[in-house]
Design a protein around this ligand. Structure first.
Ligand code: MG
Length: 159
């Protein structure tokens, strides 16, 4: 059985926050605002996995009303998504994601992010693709007010 999952997420920038993308902390004057560490890339990936295996979305598994999830590392969210998929007999086959933000440039961190995500998803580095773009100055992301991410995963498994 072959499945595909898609995920999208966005978070706004705010002062006094760490910027964490794909589980990697990136030096920046501002970070993304959210209940957890607001790792927009891992949230999109987790939603892609949840979606692929028919398990809803992040909000159902990690409600932002739960104090236990406050400032939580989003690596835990992805690990849980992988566990839930595994419990249903599925594993991630590959992941392809794009993060969109005007600054900072994340090119220097791209390989590290891909390695971290490969580790979280039990994949080889060549099975993970991380792309970064700007929004060419258009819209709220283009004005630097936030960041967005899209992710697609393939899922292999039973049936
Ligand atoms: Mg989010």
């Amino acid at each position: 059985m072959f499945r595909i999952g898609f995920g999208y997420d966005s978070h706004r920038f705010a002062p006094g926050r760490r910027l964490v993308l794909g589980g990697v902390e990136i030096p920046c004057a501002e970070g993304l605002l959210g209940h957890s560490d607001a790792d927009v890339l891992l949230h999109a990936l987790a939603d892609a996995i949840f979606g692929a295996v028919g398990e809803g979305d992040i909000g159902q598994h990690f409600p932002d009303t739960d104090p236990a999830n406050k400032d939580m590392s989003s690596s835990i969210i992805v690990e849980r998504a992988v566990e839930i998929a595994a419990a249903k007999g599925y594993r991630v086959g590959n992941a392809d994601a794009t993060v969109i933000l005007e600054r900072p440039k994340i090119g220097p961190y791209r390989n590290l992010i891909a390695q971290r995500i490969a580790h979280l998803l039990n994949l080889r580095p060549e099975e993970v693709s991380i792309k970064a773009k700007t929004n060419e100055g258009m819209g709220l992301v283009g004005e630097g007010k936030g960041a967005a991410a899209f992710a697609v995963v393939s899922i292999e498994g039973k049936d």
